[in-house]
Design a protein around this ligand. Sequence first.
Ligand code: IMP
Length: 427
Amino acid sequence: MPAAVLVGAQWGDEGKGKATDLLGGDVDYVVRYQGGNNAGHTVVIGDQKYALHLLPTGILSPDVVPVIGNGVVIDPGVLLGEIDGLAQRGISAERLLISSNAHLIMPHHKALDKVTERYLGKARIGTTGRGIGPAYGDKVARMGVRVQDLLDPGILAKKIEVALTEKNQVLTKVYNRRGIDPAAVVEEYLAYAERLKPHIADTSLVLSKALDDDKFVLLEGGQGTLLDLDHGTYPFVTSSSPTSGGACAGAGIPPNRLTKIIGILKAYTTRVGSGPFPTELTDDMGEWLRQTGGEFGVTTGRDRRCGWFDAVIARYATRVNGITDYFLTKLDVLSGLERVPVCVAYDVDGVRHDEIPMTQTDFHHAKPIYEEFPGWQEDITGAKVFEDLPPNAQSYVRALEEMSGAPISAIGVGPGRDQTVVVRPLV
Ligand code: IMP
């Protein structure tokens, strides 16, 4: 059976939760493979709205096994808070599996994330302040604390002491902050250990067996292609690999298991935090998109920067991820516009670029070259099949498909579970 990847094709917040939910009925395992509680998925079921940060969206479907893969960084307090919040609404997290190799976000990671951003001033990345970058930094530096360390109190205490010996020097002497008491952290994390123990597993092995048993595994990325540490708009990126290549490393399954790579693409573009964004609208039109699309962050509540669809970005996402299908979200937000501009290429200091410029300097200078498409006035939120869409909306979708270089197989026409036009089955 296949393993499919869901990957954000822009700067995150494309509506991945809705896509995961749409596939839910066919899926046996949903795996988060990177990121942490910097992500935010909103899923609307009936009149209930769920905002998930760390838990895979599969948690909402009783027949799905939700998995937090080795590539994720976990803030255990946040995870338990999310589990408790769902329990209060009658949703059990008993099936949740957590990779023993995933890394833990520690109090010093959160402290350092906040203080380094402050020190960067205008050059700040605009992180979510959740300790993501410092946690991945320690992972790469081979001084991280992993989920499996929760199972061995002696090792846990030792690792925390070693880490804090260095980090407290940095916090107090470089940043003039208070140091963190290792004993208090050990106590806090041992309490988390008690509750998390039943969920800890060799998830790579579990997933491999599941695939051998013909189960369907869905790998769910957080953030998006342009926030990828390697392939995004570095340094204004997150510290992990949301792209499809990262899915294998972060879940512990090999590339030849992947059969579908589904890109999630919003009908316009948004971005949170700093960094280049060629089609950004800083005028009333941008505000209109923000209000109409409800573009306020699930995780931080920050206003999202908004702009027109950027086909250069979409083509790039198709290429680096090997997208087999797109799920185009939030098409309904564009209803009522006279004309809908789409960025088809960039002008960089007088030179046309059909691809993302090679250097950061050029990308910062990129000006969008727009092609305008006729808009549609009709309400499309009730559309069930492609033919229900007004002709101009159909043309817009076809044009995006052509420019992106991969088929648009599903179209979101509203936030609800049933407000999706399926052009062809995604899996
Ligand atoms: P970090 O992931 O908190 O280190 O933040 C790095 C960058 O990624 C910042 O620009 C954040 O706004 C952005 N970012 C992180 N997670 C998300 C997300 O889920 N959606 C959109 N942007 C995100």
